[in-house]
Ligand binder design. Structure first.
Ligand code: PBG
Length: 332
């Protein structure tokens, strides 16, 4: 027996554990790392005054009134996060989403406020009407269907309102065909030539948006979003969506959600040279929070592993509700 054991040999070249022995060696061998600059932090803005309302489906996230943005924005900047993505909640909903494109609507007010507090913070605004329509769909509904072309003018007007308020980038997420071109042309016509577009290019019809729809009160009142958001099995179609958005003028492309679509992120990275964002969506956040609250997994380790995986797959930037916590962990 002793003879058998001593005859087991490891070739020197097979000793990959050498570089795992200490934290210093592991750091030396590490292929990629995260920084707070990788993160884009989503913010929910709600009507009213002096409210910071917890979002029950997303522990640790809040709906803020414009007058409560200051402390939040200062904290974000202090943590080294360079960009936020704004979502507005409606006060009144109607079939045409009128509030979505008001020049002095909630999101334009929030943009002006944030730019006054932190001019250097990049402000990106979500451009979609689902939180503002009474039926909860991402466009104009005609005969029970979302009318693609009729919706484009709404999205363009909404983008213009955000641009006029000082948004750096607008982020169309309605998944209407031609939305990037419609917005690019409207922006250029109004001389907002420097306002860019971060396109939700490959956005899948996902169960992982559930907690967000409670947060933004944007769930469809009938049917679902499968006639405009993408069918989860389709990776090649995702590349076609991205290709079309680039042709229409997208500055930054996006894959959403992230975790169940890491292969799509990888393929997009290999095919296109545009900056690539991935959206680590609400359901991906809340399931980690829930498991951590139950004591079933180590939250910090799970979050960092997820964020690294998204970057390793090929994302340049990650839109994530974990941004502030992750930035804090990275600073330690
Ligand atoms: C708007 C929009 C949604 C999300 C971002 N923009 C919801 C949806 O498409 O239903 C989801 C974000 C998240 O789940 O974190 N259309």
């Amino acid at each position: 027996m002793a003879q058998v054991l001593s005859s087991i040999r490891v070739e020197p070249i097979d000793r990959l554990r050498r570089l795992r022995r200490t934290e210093g060696l592991r750091a030396l061998a590490r292929e990629i790392s995260l920084t707070p600059e990788d993160f884009i932090y989503p913010l929910f803005v709600r009507p009213g005054r002096n409210v910071r309302e917890p979002i029950s489906s997303m522990p640790g996230q809040f709906r803020l009134t414009v007058d409560r943005l200051e402390a939040e924005v200062e904290e974000i900047v202090r943590l080294g996060i360079r960009a936020v993505l704004l979502f507005g909640l409606a006060e009144r909903k109607d079939p045409e989403a009128r509030e979505a494109w008001e020049e002095n609507g909630l999101v334009p007010q929030a943009v002006r406020r944030i730019k006054a507090i932190a001019p250097e913070l990049v402000v990106i605004t979500d451009v979609c009407v689902c939180a503002y329509t009474d039926h909860g769909h991402c466009g104009i509904v005609r005969d029970g269907q979302v009318d693609n072309d009729a919706t484009l003018a709404l999205l363009a007007r909404m983008a213009l309102a955000h641009a006029a308020a000082g948004a750096d980038l607008v982020a169309p997420s309605a998944m209407m065909d031609g939305q990037v071109r419609a917005i690019r042309e409207a922006l250029d016509e109004a001389s907002f030539v420097d306002v860019g577009i971060m396109a939700y290019s490959a956005k899948f019809a996902s169960a992982f948006y559930g907690p967000f729809r409670e947060a933004a009160d944007s769930a469809p009142r009938f049917g679902d979003r499968r006639s405009y958001q993408m069918d989860p099995p389709n990776a090649r179609e995702a590349l076609r969506e991205i290709e079309r958005d680039i042709a229409q003028g997208a500055d930054i492309i996006m894959v959403k959600p992230a975790l169940a679509y890491l292969d799509v992120i990888r393929r997009a990275r290999e095919r296109f040279d545009h900056p690539l964002a991935a959206y680590n969506v609400s359901g991906e956040y809340s399931m980690v929070k829930a498991a951590a609250q139950m004591g079933w997994l180590d939250e910090e380790r799970a979050v960092m592993e997820i964020l690294i995986a998204i970057k390793r797959a090929g994302a340049d930037r990650i839109i994530t509700y974990f941004a502030k916590e992750a930035a804090r962990w990275l600073r330690r």
